[in-house]
Design a protein around this ligand. Structure first.
Ligand SMILES: C[S@@+](CC[C@H](N)C(=O)[O-])C[C@H]1O[C@@H](n2cnc3c(N)ncnc32)[C@H](O)[C@@H]1O
Length: 222
């Protein structure tokens, strides 16, 4: 991975952000996700996020029910190519393929999570429809995506916004779990109900034909 120093907050700021997330979750974020065998694509082993990877957001999985709601809100069908930027254990691309017949691509910087995602895709029988790339999401080409899903931080969403608006086509959709994208007003805001963080809120944007130039800048507050 090539680090982009200008984008990364100083270590203590990132520590504060992680601390804030811990508080939001009401307790320590375990790096070990508990398997729930009632759902598809479940980990066959306990997931341990690598502690040597420099990442822009910690690994906290979207609950599967919320992930399905994200895909529903985006109106995903078998015609879609769904990219999850920072794909964690791969659940969103796997659900997109298994439940909606879409193609899925996960971009994830942590090699252990990429390996786990590939194993989950095989276990779910969708390895031919999903792909996981070990990559920094800021370096990923998303131009063939028709739907992009995000569960990152507000400021990372704002940093990503120009790239998404330049590479995606008009009509493509972006859904973010819990975090907005600066002053780009979402087309829809959906309350996805209670989850481990309290309530899950989903934001949907559709790429417009004419992109206002201010959205191609990252100067606004997240
Ligand atoms: C909050 S988790 C979301 C996981 C998954 N999208 C979900 O909703 O279940 C954020 C993920 O982004 C990954 N990540 C953080 N910074 C990244 C970067 N620069 N490039 C690629 N992945 C990154 C983390 O390793 C983590 O798995």
């Amino acid at each position: 991975m090539t680090a982009v120093p200008s984008r990364r907050a100083p270590f203590f700021v990132r520590l504060l952000l992680v601390g804030a997330l811990l508080l939001l979750l009401g307790g320590p974020v375990s790096t070990v996700a508990q398997p729930d065998t009632s759902q598809i694509g479940e980990p066959s082993t306990l997931l341990i996020e690598s502690d040597t990877v420099e990442r822009d957001a910690p690994f906290v999985a979207t609950e599967r029910r919320v992930a399905r709601r994200m895909l529903e809100v985006a109106g995903v069908t078998s015609e879609d190519i769904v990219y999850d930027l920072g794909s964690g254990d791969g659940r969103i691309p796997i659900i997109a393929a298994k439940t909606y017949g879409a193609r899925g691509v996960g971009i994830e910087i942590d090699p252990e999570l990429v390996a786990e995602s590939r194993e989950q895709a095989r276990a779910a029988g969708v390895a031919d429809r999903v792909e996981f790339r070990e990559k920094d999401l800021f370096d990923a080409d998303v131009s063939d995506a028709t739907v992009v899903t995000l569960y990152l931080w507000p400021e990372i969403n704002v940093e990503l916004r120009p790239k998404l608006l330049r590479q995606l086509d008009p009509g493509d959709r972006i859904v973010s779990h819990d975090f907005r994208m600066g002053d780009w007003e979402p087309d829809r805001t959906v309350d996805a109900g209670k989850d481990k963080t309290g309530r899950a809120t989903l934001y949907l944007w559709t790429v417009p034909k004419e992109v206002p130039s201010r959205l191609l800048e990252t100067g606004d507050k997240p």
